[in-house]
Design a protein around this ligand. Structure first.
Ligand code: PMP
Ligand code: GLU
Length: 398
């Protein structure tokens, strides 16, 4: 008999990727699905980045890469922090991995012992809890519903801390809520963290450049805690490079060394060609990033307006990323035209998929039931049509 480890049996599959695979399958069957489930820019990777990848192949960047990444790329990332946050980082503090996903998992596996507690403000991206469980750690979720704009307060953070707390996993702009912590809000959290020197702060900044507030503060810029902040970022979202699989961690040298040791046994250095492309992304013109941000902001305005016009949806205006996270419980207890009851957000997501042919993800996957996540990283036409269909399908519930 084939054995599957308990580790994997206890793991939930990625709901975002599962819903996306399901909609791809339905599309292949000829059904006109509008996929608002996966968080992925619909733009093509900018031309100068693709050109750098072609050049890398021609110049035979085809051998194993150094485990923590090419030095030239790590220097380019160190320059990026210097340019944006006036931070001075040694390239040795940076480890490049196969996406921000691996970078995050590496940091969790390299620092968390069985039984250690990791505080996860919720709603949170689907993979955080599973990564912590993989390390044997205990995820401690702290709920931040729509009434508090999906952001935890310093008092909530303080209340969640115990002698076993080893990490805070913070994401701003947030997936799935689109909330962005202001400098003052972060300072409130930092004041609490300053009293607990054993807590590592992992700051997932993957949506940093998809921000509509006009300002961004990185957790790494607070002197009080700077020596125990790990920043996670990568090229997937800002440069429309999800398939290239380049992300990184930047933080304390000891953690970079531990992560390098893990990665050396596990995956080795990531793709040579993708690394050269990422280097072009960080060193080239940043106009493409701004152009995409502007497009996402326009779509944010569009979907917010459309969602506000649908009765029963409670919506907050997202300040970043490309997700809308409406509260949908007004529909619970209603029935579909076929007589099936909508008991929760999972039922509603399945109903919208089968009835409206629009793929979304239930908030349960992000640790907050009662909500739906809709990604607006698609064209204005598709978004307008998706909301027309959603409104019609919801109106048909009785
Ligand atoms: N963090 C968050 C919050 C994300 O939404 C994603 C996107 N899947 C990632 C990390 C991982 O990004 P990557 O594609 O670079 O692995
Ligand atoms: N970050 C994206 C999402 O949340 C990509 C899918 C994934 O890696 O989970 O949809």
């Amino acid at each position: 008999m084939i054995q599957i480890s308990q580790r994997i049996q206890q793991m939930a599959a990625s709901a975002t990727l599962a819903m996306s695979a399901r909609s791809a399958q339905l599309r292949a069957e000829g059904i006109d699905i509008i996929n608002l489930s996966v968080g992925e820019p619909d733009f093509h990777t900018p031309d100068h980045i693709k050109a750098a990848a072609r050049k890398a192949i021609d110049e035979n960047y085809t051998f194993y890469t150094p485990v923590p990444g090419y030095m030239s790329l790590r220097k380019a990332i160190a320059d990026y922090f210097n340019r944006l946050d006036s931070l001075t980082l040694a390239p040795e503090q940076i480890v490049v991995s196969t996406g921000a996903k691996q970078a995050l998992c590496n940091v969790v596996l390299a620092t968390i012992n069985p039984g250690d507690e990791v505080i996860i403000p919720t709603p949170a991206w689907v993979s955080y809890v599973e990564m912590v469980k993989l390390a044997g750690g205990k995820p401690v979720t702290v709920p931040a519903p729509i009434e508090q704009d999906f952001k935890i307060t310093p008092a909530q953070l303080r209340d969640a801390i115990t002698p076993r707390t080893r990490m805070l996993l913070l994401c701003s702009p947030s997936n799935p809520s689109g909330s962005v912590y202001s400098r003052d809000e972060l300072k409130g959290l930092v004041d609490v963290l300053a009293q607990y020197p054993d807590i590592l702060v992992v700051s997932d900044e993957i949506y940093r450049h998809i921000n509509y507030t006009g300002a961004y503060t990185s957790m790494a810029t607070f002197g009080e805690i700077a020596d125990r902040v790990v920043v996670i970022n990568g090229v997937s979202k800002a440069y429309a490079m999800t398939g290239w699989r380049i992300g990184f961690m930047a933080g304390p040298l000891e953690i970079a060394k531990a992560v390098t040791k893990l990665q050396g046994q596990y995956t080795s250095g990531t793709s040579s060609i993708a690394q050269k492309a990422a280097e072009a992304a960080y060193t080239g013109s940043q106009q493409c990033v701004e152009d995409m941000r502007v497009a996402f902001e326009r779509r944010r305005d569009l979907v917010y307006r459309l969602a506000c016009g649908i009765p029963g949806l409670k919506v907050s205006r997202p300040q970043g990323a490309f997700y809308l996270f409406p509260e949908v419980s007004a529909y619970f207890g209603k029935h579909t035209p076929e007589g099936n009851e909508i008991a929760d957000a999972g039922d509603l997501a399945m109903y919208l998929l089968s009835e409206a042919h629009v793929a979304t993800v239930a908030g349960d996957a992000f640790g907050l039931p009662g909500y739906l996540r809709l990604s607006y990283a698609t064209s204005d036409e598709q978004l307008t049509e998706a909301f027309r269909r959603i409104a019609a399908a919801l109106a048909a519930l009785a």
